[in-house]
Design a protein around this ligand. Sequence first.
Ligand SMILES: Cc1ncc(COP(=O)(O)O)c(C=O)c1O
Length: 430
Amino acid sequence: MAVAVPSEPPAFEPFPYRGDALFAEGSRLSDLAERFGTPLYVYSRTALETAWRGFDDALAGMAHQVCFAVKANGNLAVLDALARLGSGFDIVSGGELERVIAAGGDPGSVIFSGVGKSREEMRAGLAAGIRSFNVESVSELERLAEVARDLGRVAPVALRVNPDVDPKTHPHIATGLRSSKFGIPIEEARAVYAKGAGMRSLRMTGVGCHIGSQITSLDPFRDALRRVAALVDELAGNGIGIREVDVGGGLGIRYRDETPPSPAEYGAVVREVLGGRPVTVFVEPGRAVCGNAGVLLARVEYLKDNGGARFAIVDAAMNDFIRPALYDGWSRILPCERRGGGGRALYTVAGPVCESGDFLGRDRELDVREGDLVAILSAGAYGFVMSSNYNSRPRAAEVMVDGERVHLVRRRERADELHALESRLPAPPR
Ligand SMILES: Cc1ncc(COP(=O)(O)O)c(C=O)c1O
């Protein structure tokens, strides 16, 4: 069947070279580094908004809600910008719920995912009036029913099913295979719906699935959705009317030379498979909204040659950006001010952390000198949110550019703040 693909939004390049200087929208990145220091995350508001709208437009004409996956980037300004567009949010903890509320997001458009919700988190979600709990096991269903009953509430529930589809991505970010901890095996779902339907403190409203992240082909999405659609039809036949289908997130982005489908192409598959059913569609993109809307700036501290291997040691490290170490993540690394090219060499770009796994890129051809600035591209998703204080390194600052304007949206941590919650031992007894 031919699928109508809505027209693509015009391409927007948030981090272009102008002459030899790299910019973020209207701001020169080297100016931002001077002003705010490094390491520094820089986000483009226009890029964020354009990507979010891509999903919203892709589902236009179907009842739908784009729920940004907070885990990809939880900065309040990012959430605020998206909430102002009408975004809902996909959360996986009580902390993320607090962030959404602090950013002005509507709890009524929040979906609570995750395999390990505590009673406390369930109570917080119920008190806030979230849209749905995506339940991932029978034990969780029973716990939620008990918590809701004790509060005198009825909890809206979608079952997250595991469709056993291989998303063909890095094993650490594949979630829809039977071997992963996520979801309820799809063939067991019917019995779990029947159980939930018999619990008075639950309202079984939806079905959800999320098969993985950085997925660069439509086939796994189509396969998973077909299985979910068949379940919806089967449940309808058994008198359980599913009104909401959460298709998850996972659409990939271009880091290097990947050619992921566009949100419009992805939306066309959602229409093709689910169209005609009286359901509201939720989609939970994270990476595809914010991944290419952010860069990480770092300054070259030292160049060194260990007899065969050349290193550019920069002031950002695996504690700031762990994707390369954790999932072999590859991000383009560009000089913020281009030189003539005469000093070009192959470098491993590494940080100061005391681990051999601390690198941001290997075998990168760069013309850089000590003191130069480099930008690690495609760092807007799973970047700052996964950063840590390992080696007692204060976490980076974050700024958001918006045309000509620049907002500091998280100030740099200070070293003394890192041990502010700790205590020395009591004085020894005399
Ligand atoms: C339940 C759920 N929804 C959405 C996402 C967002 O995925 P992505 O950033 O790949 O779009 C994730 C991430 O793994 C997830 O676990």
